[in-house]
Design a protein around this ligand. Structure first.
Ligand SMILES: C[S@@+](CC[C@H](N)C(=O)[O-])C[C@H]1O[C@@H](n2cnc3c(N)ncnc32)[C@H](O)[C@@H]1O
Length: 192
């Protein structure tokens, strides 16, 4: 039986997650803004890695907001800490699907290239629903099974946008829709 750990991104490969090439390709502030992240919000970065999205999230929410950066990998969290994130970034070590936060604690959840790594995805969607405040929003950015790029996780491990949407709906989230895609990835948005 395949263990969910087999799907996990190897922390030894973390340098590739913060390359200039990747920044130019994804333009994090553009996608985060498109997904609805706003100044003053409390935002949660699920599977934050070394902070490729966390750092621009902190810029967008500003000092009146907060970014909680969650990852299971101590190496990833250490790499993020070494980037000297702004003071309103809080690192949270934890293993999804559990999210060690109170109910209705956050306004916005960002899940980039992590949903497909977590088993079972339905449990992750339920936790997302629990920690989002009413009116809060989740955005899921993940690999298309039919991506053009040869890189990325094994295709058999990927979630189609329809599968990811179904998990979010089943957890009770509303307005589930795809708001952007390119040849390799899709971006979904849903509201509590
Ligand atoms: C492919 S990397 C993406 C990192 C970051 N979101 C990005 O796009 O740069 C996936 C991240 O999710 C983390 N991760 C995987 N499974 C996890 C789990 N069950 N709980 C918490 N973090 C997990 C990995 O340690 C890794 O940092």
């Amino acid at each position: 039986m395949k263990h969910s750990h087999d799907r996990r991104f190897d922390p030894a490969d973390r340098a590739g997650l913060t390359s200039e090439q990747r920044r130019a390709r994804w333009n994090p502030p553009r996608l985060l803004t498109l997904a609805g992240l706003q100044p003053g919000q409390t935002a949660l970065d699920l599977g934050c890695g070394p902070g490729f999205w966390t750092l621009p999230m902190a810029e967008i929410v500003g000092p009146q907001g907060q970014v909680i950066a969650l990852d299971v990998s101590p190496e990833m969290l250490e790499a993020l800490a070494a980037e000297n994130p702004l003071p309103h970034v809080r690192l949270l070590h934890g293993e999804l699907p559990a999210i060690n936060l109170p109910d209705a604690a956050v306004d916005f959840i960002w899940a980039a290239f992590v949903f497909h790594e977590v088993e079972p995805p339905a449990a992750l969607a339920a936790e997302v629903h629990r920690v989002l405040r009413p009116g809060g929003r989740i955005a899921v950015l993940d690999w298309r099974p039919d991506a053009q790029s040869p890189s990325g996780p094994p295709r058999a491990d990927r979630l189609s946008p329809q599968q990811a949407e179904e998990h979010l709906r089943a957890a009770g989230l509303d307005s589930v829709r795809q708001i952007w895609h390119n040849e390799d990835a899709y971006l979904l948005s849903a509201e509590h």
